[in-house]
Design a protein around this ligand. Structure first.
Ligand SMILES: Nc1nc2c(ncn2[C@@H]2O[C@H](COP(=O)(O)OP(=O)(O)OP(=O)(O)O)[C@@H](O)[C@H]2O)c(=O)[nH]1
Ligand SMILES: [Mg+2]
Ligand SMILES: [Zn+2]
Length: 358
């Protein structure tokens, strides 16, 4: 049996408890999300949970709703078998992306993550530019990345070493391990990477082996995996519910379904720290609002000319920066339109009331 400390509730959160709230509120952690219904845990058992009305009527952004990993205040009913979520505790970190498709909104990936495991398979999934995309999201939050390269059984040790080297070139301090889910020895080594009571989140494309690793770590086939489709080696998106799991040694892991697109939205600080060499140069640009594309006196373009920074990284930096800004601006615009519509709606309602009052 676990208590809430063993679910990762450390001093950081203890210092943020709101003492003005109802003393009957219990603190629980969200372990899975399914639209507006949740599963939370008080450390002792899993409890079905729903949101209090306040959330349904007073939130106007997906950022304000609970996500997996959140600690929340809840009222428990029926012998602790039902929880009504009242409020969210402050978040230590929040992984977010742009909702998939044309919709401009935030989609939460997970909250209160200490270490994010970015997994890429060593076969055709390996891609440095995609790795940078994941790093932007993680670095926005000061979350420590841990890079796991799976399916080492599919390539030679030399090729694996070469790919590791490529990552170290862009991320000199990175912790990188290659492994195969088919090797018991590798799994035992990976187990030693986890620190008790820290929260880890598994990120990476569909089919790279996240859920297989989790199953291996807990020695059970709790979570379904599926063979990947033959032709395009993309997975089948078998992980539909996000889950939070405690390993034997007390580390906490959140599995995620692989994401087809990982859209960047409002991740400016993540971009600066992921591309720190470019960010540092930009202080020396002639213009403060330099876009590092056409300006005279641009320190970034000059460094590029002298081949001091990598063109691939520069191009990815521009791409992700534009994407982040564009999505953020579209979101703000959409919100303003919604508000104008809201105003219109309220004034019409007033008119209706006036008419009724006559
Ligand atoms: N050869 C090889 N196959 C692996 C390895 N790890 C996983 N697989 C296979 O890859 C397929 C997909 O694995 P999953 O664990 O479901 O992948 P996932 O990352 O959880 O995928 P989503 O849940 O869709 O995001 C399965 O058929 C696994 O057996 C590995 O290290 N080597
Ligand atoms: Mg999975
Ligand atoms: Zn510049």
């Amino acid at each position: 049996m676990h208590n809430i400390e063993q679910l990762g509730f450390d001093n950081w959160f203890k210092n943020k408890i709101d003492l003005s709230l109802n003393p009957d509120f219990k603190i629980v952690r969200v372990i899975s999300v399914n639209k507006n219904s949740f599963v939370v845990s008080n450390g002792e058992k899993d409890i079905y949970a729903e949101l209090t009305g306040k959330f349904l009527f007073n939130t106007d952004s997906a950022l304000d709703l609970p996500t997996v990993g959140d600690f929340v205040y809840a009222l428990l009913f029926d012998g602790d078998s039902l929880a009504i979520i009242q409020d969210i505790l402050p978040r230590k970190s929040l992984l977010k992306r742009k909702a998939a498709g044309k919709k401009i909104d935030y989609q939460l990936i997970a909250a209160n993550i200490d270490i994010a495991i970015i997994m890429q398979a060593l076969d055709s999934n390996f891609n440095l530019r995609r790795l940078e995309r994941y790093l932007v999201i993680i670095n926005d939050n000061n979350i420590t990345p841990l890079i796991l390269l799976s399916k080492s059984d599919l390539i030679s040790p030399e090729e694996a070493a070469e790919k590791k080297k490529q990552i170290l070139e862009i991320l000199p301090d990175a912790k990188i391990f290659s492994f195969s889910n088919n090797s018991l020895n590798d799994i035992e080594n990976i187990k030693t990477l986890f620190t008790p009571h820290k929260t880890y989140c598994l990120l990476g494309s569909s089919g790279v082996g996240k859920t297989t690793l989790l199953n291996n770590l807990i020695h059970q086939d709790l979570y379904k995996t599926q063979p990947i489709r033959e032709k395009d080696d993309r997975g089948k998106h078998t992980t539909t519910r996000r889950e939070l799991i405690i390993l034997e040694n007390g580390a906490i892991i959140i599995d995620n379904p692989g994401m087809r697109e990982l859209g960047i939205i409002s991740n400016e600080s993540g971009i600066s720290s992921t591309f720190s060499e470019i960010d540092e140069l930009s202080d020396q640009c002639k213009y403060k609002d330099c876009t590092h594309t056409v300006e005279a006196g641009c320190a970034v373009l000059e460094a590029l000319e002298r081949e001091e920074i990598s063109r691939e990284r520069y191009e990815n930096f521009l791409k992700l920066y534009k994407e982040s800004k564009y999505n953020e601006m579209s979101y703000v615009e959409k919100r303003q339109k919604d508000k104008q519509f809201g105003k219109f709606f309220h004034s019409t309602m007033k008119d209706v009331k006036k008419m009724k009052g006559r």
